[in-house]
Write a protein that binds this ligand. Structure first.
Ligand code: NAD
Ligand code: DAU
Length: 351
């Protein structure tokens, strides 16, 4: 019996993974462990509500007794570890909880797996990580699996720490780990603090679109379902002990991304794109802002036959439409805490 413990399953990517995997694998059991921080929302799992092969548990991955209890109660054979503090700007304002959740949380899960997996036959611990652990690129080149680690933000340093612990458990104890490092995701259910959902939301509401610096930083964008398909491929067919880089081969600078969002929102609204672009406001840059990320995804393409299904254009169209159609979800996640964050992050940023 395959039983998958999914941490962070109520977040943006974890919930996308569950919406796909729970339906497509009726013979597997899934147990979601999520603390429901500001970024986690059970409404993200509404499309699989009542699925007989899915159980939700609210809790903290740092809670040793709780995690031990889950291993005893559900005997997971696989762990897919999404849970993390994930927003770079928040890590700059308050780094500590990033290290608590991302480093100590990962350690707690690995220790539970080590204590409870008597043998490693048929077991997998898949650690979901980020390309930001490699630092920043200049105008050329791409990250590869053998690129040295050089994290620049508290967030990426905490993720790098977690990657190193996962690898050390493989090297030292033979833990059957797999690691994925993915580029920037976008799509439905993304908390509106990240670039794409924030800009869509602000554009729909006629609010300023705060672009950091000159908007020249480059990210490599991937539609979230494509990332989840890559994770499933690695979970099922990836080599134990290996790292797979996942990316969309889709570099865009931030200003181009925001302009494209303006064009889509204008199309939905039936207004002149220039009237939406007029909302673009250049604001004070992010401290230590990484210039460019780009992924060489040839290993996962070659070994596992993975390819993204969405282009940036089709993915963005789906995403904008989702935010237009799901105003209730947006209202629900925009709590008092969210408004406080907007004040903290953008309050002192006038350019
Ligand atoms: P998210 O912030 O949307 O969701 C994180 C989830 O983890 C939330 O449901 C939250 O409640 C939960 N969580 C946080 N701390 C927890 C704790 N201590 N115990 C239990 N649950 C906890 O993040 P996301 O964008 O879905 O990212 C998921 C994972 O993918 C993260 O590990 C992130 O580093 C990685 N990643 C994200 C991207 C991206 O572009 N968003 C790209 C590559 C990798
Ligand atoms: O590369 C993968 C990473 O991508 C993930 O590991 C992180 O969890 C995820 O948050 C994301 O990190 P970024 O910092 O790249 O994403 P963010 O959406 O915060 O910012 C994308 C770019 O847009 C970045 O260059 C900063 C810029 N930006 C962001 C915000 C929120 C703006 O110009 N204005 C904004 O208001």
């Amino acid at each position: 019996m395959t039983t998958v413990l999914v941490t962070g399953g109520c977040g943006f990517i974890g919930s996308a993974f569950l919406r796909i995997a729970v339906r497509e694998n009726p013979d597997w059991r899934f147990v979601t462990l999520d603390k429901l921080t500001y970024a986690g929302n059970v409404a993200n799992l509404a499309p699989i509500a009542g699925a007989p092969n899915h159980t939700f548990v609210r809790g903290d991955i740092c809670d040793e007794a709780l995690v031990q209890g889950l291993f005893e109660a559900h005997a997971p054979t696989h762990v897919v570890h999404f849970a993390a503090e994930s927003h770079v700007d928040r890590s700059i304002v308050g780094p500590r909880r990033f290290f608590e959740a991302n480093v100590m949380g990962t350690l707690t899960l690995l220790e539970a797996a080590r204590a409870n997996w008597r043998d490693f036959d048929g077991k997998v611990f898949l650690h979901v990580s980020t390309d930001e652990v490699f630092g920043e690129l200049g105008d050329t080149g791409k990250f590869r699996e053998d690129t040295p680690y050089s994290p620049n933000s508290p967030y990426s340093a905490s993720k790098a720490g977690s990657d190193h612990i996962v690898r050390a458990y493989h090297h030292t104890y033979g833990m059957p780990i797999k690691v994925t490092n993915c580029s920037n995701n976008y799509g439905p259910y993304q908390f509106p603090e990240k670039l794409i959902p924030l800009m869509i939301q602000n554009a729909l509401e006629g609010k300023p679109l705060p672009v950091y610096g000159r908007g020249e930083n480059v990210r490599d964008w991937l539609f979230v379902d494509d990332h989840c398909r890559a994770i499933l491929a690695v979970l099922e067919r990836g080599r134990v002990g290996e790292t797979y880089l996942v990316g969309g081969d889709c570099e865009r600078n931030n200003l181009d991304v925001v302009r494209q969002i303006c064009a889509r929102v204008a199309a939905v609204r039936g207004v002149d794109p220039a009237s939406v672009e007029a909302l673009i406001t250049f604001v004070k840059d992010r401290p230590g802002h990484d210039h460019r990320y780009a992924i060489d995804a040839s290993r996962i393409q070659r070994e596992l036959g993975w390819r993204p299904a969405e282009t940036f254009e089709t993915g963005l169209e789906r995403t904008v439409q989702w935010y237009v159609d799901n105003r209730e979800w947006v209202d629900q996640v925009r709590t008092g805490e969210y408004r406080k964050w907007l004040d903290t992050n953008y309050g002192g940023r006038s350019s």
